[in-house]
Design a protein. Structure first.
Length: 1069
């Protein structure tokens, strides 16, 4: 009535009907939730726990069960209000109010706080957001959330500050609520970075004790992280939040990377338009990032991904080879998201089946993150998804310990109950905004309302944008599920293993190779720490592309009035609402003839002789004004029933082009790539087309080839093989066939890591459109590829691949790039790291499609830079570092340590210590005596001077001790007076082959050598470790990976015989 007729209308109604007055009702009404005006205190939380969970509350009669501690933030109208029960100011931030007394005892204390907020150097702020803490039980009735805390924040708080609040709340519940109601199972929040950081500080502090009930239940789940907080509490992210973030990440500009295939917004648009009933307009709305909080739209988007990834591609009976690879990625993504959604939405699944589905999702996400890192999902989103799966297994195990006869509903994990409370708070009146005081009142009312809805769910109409499917009522509640949800039937190790088996079968079906056993072998690797150690992706400070950052609110501008009281520089929006809100806050609802309460007023000295009494609420309304703006969309649009996207037309973001002049995302093209000192042509699959900072689905070929159009192309280079294809007439034709994989580039700087090997940067290139040309490729059977290349394709059910005739590709490269200026090409092309599959290698082992002039310019520039390129790894090194650098490659080769990214391996018989190749002659001056210091000379073009005495000794800076040595076992060859010279790392092989009497096969060791010669051959333990090899003894000779040497008494093995010997299978010394 007060909203419609004001306070005089309320007074008239009470007199006419004989009802109690408004002041009487207000005085007798209990303010159930006690908000915190500053940093929450233990007494405040304890009071709220007793209020809502005490003996007189409706929650106390329920059986003991587990509970969720839910924490979330809600935006506030930034105002300071008078909180009458404690006579304090509420609405300021908890971070900066500790130094102030917020009690309104006199005008002087109030003015100090005004100065702190609105002074020239503010030290305190309005609360931009309220942090609401609630408790929700895990059971089948009366499961709604109940608020036990409210505190305001200016969003400057760090993780440690919020962690202290969590510890305080958990401790108070353990003291005042756990014994009668049940323990806390999880702490549930959304994706806020401060919340997540605090959860790691509070809930990743210990590992389950081996003798504990939970460890016995969960230890068989290999890969499941067993870390938790005190009392076995774990984090429980909200399912709807992470699903919304997953969809946001999926249709972002960067997209996702699955099975080496990029799926971004442009590619999504193409594939979603193939679904029955979808058009460009409906797809544009479906992937619109502006409405990322719409749960039904998120669900529809993920269901569309699942539909695209179905066994039979929609509206595409024949797919091109690259489309087959893209469809494979969609199929894997669809399987993964379906495994995540079904536990929440399926009616028939039992609890064991739901956990098995969660396990399937967790294993798939772990495998993809190991392959592609944050290019698959953002670090934070991956961490939250795995934490949700972990919490499900922990909660079921804890419920088994508490009461195995009870059911557990996975959909209750998260902060959805708190979100539902916020929805009720915003819809309690026509004003969806509220300040801190109004929020505390509405939260209490919302808890009562939701308690009634729990008892009568048929009365609850729900909220459309919060439901999974978009229906008026969200039917996902305990009565919705028909399968057996009792925890006593769950065997954790069995359901966890079944999820892994399902993933292994799925990966085998799609030809995806991933070894879970190998990945999980290190003790410190699990699904929360996929890369081991103390590396938790969820704690990453990198940008989280799954969250769209809102624009920051404009700061308040406040000017002092002539009387010295600050007033706003502009009039707040919707001032008619504000007047009603001021009346409500003043709590002065009675007419003038009713008595006043003296504590509600403060004396204000107008001048030396005049004192005026002012109501406290009125004082704060006048002195504090943040010039706030509404947090919602325009009120004029809202009252005219416009939806959030109703006033906007979808941006289709691409032109209507067709025919031979259209160049589309997903097409095959030729592009130039610069890697190291080479510029070469590659066949690529286009993933992104950009023009003047706009992403397009297609572009006209004339605009593509024009430098003035400023078009750029992002693409994935295809790996090609040079093969002879026999056509129908029996004539062989030389063609380049796609192997089904994409080229990977190492980082330009820094070491290559396992994760970087599969990231988006490693698998994509960005090239100006002027250096890209559409290619009309053919389709050929994989029968023309060798067995090693064709077997993975067969496993993926790809029986055809792209093929480009050699003559056609040569003509395109020559015609397009032969006439371009080298300086122009080098200026336009970005640099890329080395790759083992690019440039392409023809059937004769020669690099193909090299653009000669720019490559020559790069080579000359490298030579002039006084650095040389290592033949083996293409690293640029100083000439004086050649011996030490190449020695490392020789050392690893002799010990059988694989270096898969080498461009050229060291010579297999007698590698030169300066270049690693064969044919170089190295000699030493002087005689082989212990005191002599010989000097080295060599015919190698890369030979350089070095200190022999220092080089033969290990040091941390230069661990390589590969130096030329005299073989004192050989007789001098006339006219030489000194023995033959060999490099130290190759000497063992020489002794095995030429002097076998000094080698004992049974002991795999050298024998009968002179002490000095044996000392010269020894390798220190430190050198082995530095070179990547560790052999048991502290001074052991080098082991050989060559063929076993000839036996004693056999004829000497010639260099030719030794060169043809294969790798040895003998154990290392």
């Amino acid at each position: 009535m007060k909203r419609f007729a004001g306070r005089k209308g309320v007074y008239a109604l009470s007199k006419a009907l004989g009802l109690p007055s408004a002041s009487t009702i207000w005085a007798s009404k209990p303010l159930r939730l006690l908000p915190s005006v500053a940093v929450p205190m233990a007494e405040e939380i304890a009071t709220n726990i007793h209020t809502f969970f005490g003996a007189t509350s409706y929650t106390s009669a329920q059986p003991v069960c587990g509970h969720a501690l839910m924490v979330d933030g809600v935006h506030l109208s930034q105002r300071a209000c008078w909180y009458r029960p404690s006579n304090q100011i509420i609405g300021l931030c908890r971070e900066h109010t500790q130094a102030f007394d917020l009690t309104m005892k006199d005008m002087e204390s109030v003015l100090k706080i005004v100065e702190a907020v609105h002074g020239d150097s503010p030290t305190c702020h309005y609360g931009r957001e309220a942090t609401v803490i609630a408790i929700g039980p895990y059971r089948n009735d009366n499961y709604h959330g109940v608020p036990i805390g409210q505190t305001q924040t200016c969003k400057s708080e760090k993780g440690e500050g919020f962690a202290a609040l969590l510890r305080l709340t958990l401790a108070q519940w353990k003291i005042h609520g756990a014994s009668e109601n049940g323990p806390i199972f999880t702490v549930n929040t959304d994706g806020d970075s401060v919340f997540r950081d605090a959860l790691f500080k509070v809930l990743i502090v210990r590992t389950l004790a081996p003798s504990s009930f939970l460890h016995v239940k969960l230890a068989g789940c290999r890969g499941l992280n067993l870390e938790c907080g005190q009392d076995d509490v774990v984090s429980g992210p909200d399912a709807k939040h992470v699903v919304k973030r997953g969809a946001t990440s999926g249709h972002s500009q960067e997209g996702t990377l699955i099975a080496q295939t990029v799926i971004n917004r442009s590619i999504l648009t193409q594939w979603l338009e193939r679904l029955p009933g979808e058009t460009k307009e409906t797809v544009a709305i479906l992937i619109d990032p502006a409405d990322h909080q719409n749960v039904p739209r998120t669900y529809k988007f993920l269901k569309a991904i699942i539909a695209v990834g179905a066994d039979r591609a929609p509206n595409a009976p024949v797919l091109s080879p690259t489309d087959q690879a893209t469809h494979r990625a969609f199929a894997l993504a669809g399987e993964m998201w379906d495994a995540f959604l079904q536990p929440f939405l399926s009616r028939e699944m039992s609890l064991s089946e739901r956990l098995a589905s969660f396990s399937k999702f967790a294993h798939m996400a772990f495998a993809f993150f190991r392959m592609h890192g944050s290019s698959f999902l953002s670090n934070q989103l991956y961490g939250d998804l795995q934490a949700l799966v972990k919490s499900a297994f922990f909660c079921v195990a804890r419920q088994q310990q508490l009461d195995p006869e009870q059911a557990f509903y996975l959909y209750q994990i998260g902060s959805d109950c708190l979100e539902e409370m916020f929805a009720e708070v915003r819809t309690e009146s026509h004003d969806s905004n509220f300040d801190a005081l109004q929020l505390s009142e509405r939260l209490s009312a919302a808890a009562d309302t939701l308690g009634i809805f729990d008892e009568h769910p048929e009365w609850h109409q729900g909220h459309i944008q919060r439901s999974w499917t978009g229906k008026e009522a969200d039917h996902v509640n305990p009565t919705y599920f028909t399968g057996d949800q009792r925890v006593k039937h769950v065997v954790h190790s069995v359901v966890w293993r079944s999820g892994r088996v399902a993933v292994e079968a799925l990966f085998a079906k799609h030809g995806l190779d991933f070894d879970f056993e190998e990945a999980l072998t290190p003790d410190d690797v699990d699904f929360i720490r996929p890369n081991g150690g103390n590396n938790y992706p969820g704690r990453s400070k990198d940008k989280d592309r799954s969250i769209l950052n809102p624009e920051p609110a404009a700061p308040a501008i406040v000017h002092p009035s002539p009387s010295g009281i600050p007033t706003s520089a502009s009039t707040p929006l919707d001032s008619d609402d504000d007047e009603d809100e001021d009346e409500e806050r003043m709590q002065d609802e009675e007419p003038e003839d009713l008595p006043r309460i003296s504590n509600d007023w403060l004396d204000y000295a107008v001048d030396e002789t005049t004192t005026k009494r002012l109501h406290k609420a009125s004082i704060l309304s006048t002195l504090f004004n943040s010039d706030y703006r509404r947090l919602e969309v325009s009120r004029l649009l809202r009252v005219r029933c416009y939806t959030k996207d109703g006033g906007r037309k979808p941006n289709l973001n691409h032109q209507e082009l067709s025919g031979e002049h259209s160049f589309n995302v997903g097409d095959i093209a030729v592009a130039l790539i610069r890697t190291g000192t080479r510029v070469a042509a590659a066949v690529v699959k286009v993933t992104v087309i950009e023009q003047e900072k706009r992403r397009l689905g297609q572009i006209d070929t004339e605009d593509l080839g024009s430098l003035e159009s400023k078009a750029t192309i992002t693409a994935q280079p295809l790996i090609l093989r040079d093969v002879l294809v026999v056509t129908g007439d029996g004539n062989p034709t030389r063609k380049w066939l796609w192997t089904g994989d994409y080229t990977k580039f190492d980082p330009i700087k820094g070491p290559q890591s396992v994760v970087e090997d599969g990231t988006r940067k490693a698998l994509t290139i960005k090239v100006p459109g002027a250096l890209v040309h559409p290619l009309d490729a053919e389709i050929e059977s994989i029968d023309h590829l060798n067995l090693a290349d064709s077997e993975p394709l067969v496993a993926r059910h790809m029986l055809h691949v792209w093929a480009v005739p050699h003559e056609d590709l040569t003509a395109v490269v020559t015609t397009l790039y032969g006439s371009l200026e080298a300086d122009t090409i080098l200026k336009l092309l970005p640099k890329h790291g080395k790759s083992t599959t690019f440039p392409y290698i023809n059937s004769k082992g020669v690099e193909a499609f090299i653009i000669d002039t720019p490559t020559q310019n790069l080579t000359e520039k490298a030579v002039n830079s006084e650095k040389i390129c290592c033949f083996q790894c293409h690293a640029w090194i100083k000439p004086e570092d050649a011996r030490a650098h190449v020695g490392s490659h020789i050392f690893k080769s002799l010990h059988g340590i694989s270096e898969p990214n080498l461009f050229e391996r060291v010579h297999h018989t007698d590698p030169c210590g300066f270049c690693g190749r064969g044919g170089c002659s190295t000699d030493l001056s002087g005689l082989p005596t212990a005191r002599a210091t010989p000097k080295c000379s060599s015919t190698c073009p890369r030979s350089h001077a070095f200190s022999y005495g220092h080089a033969k000794k290990y040091s941390a800076n230069t661990p390589c001790t590969n130096v030329p040595m005299f073989c004192t076992l050989c007789l001098p060859i006339p006219p030489r007076k000194s023995p033959v010279v060999f490099w130290k790392y190759s000497m063992l092989r020489h002794i095995q082959s030429v002097h076998p009497r000094f080698w004992d096969d049974s002991e795999n060791a050298l024998i009968d050598l002179s002490p000095q010669f044996a000392l010269n051959l020894s390798i220190s333990r430190e050198e082995m470790i530095a070179q990547g090899v560790l052999i048991g003894s502290s001074a052991a000779p080098l082991a050989s990976t060559l063929a076993p040497p000839a036996r004693r008494g056999d004829k000497r093995v010639s260099d030719r015989d030794n060169a043809e010997a294969g790798p040895s299978t003998r154990r290392r010394a």
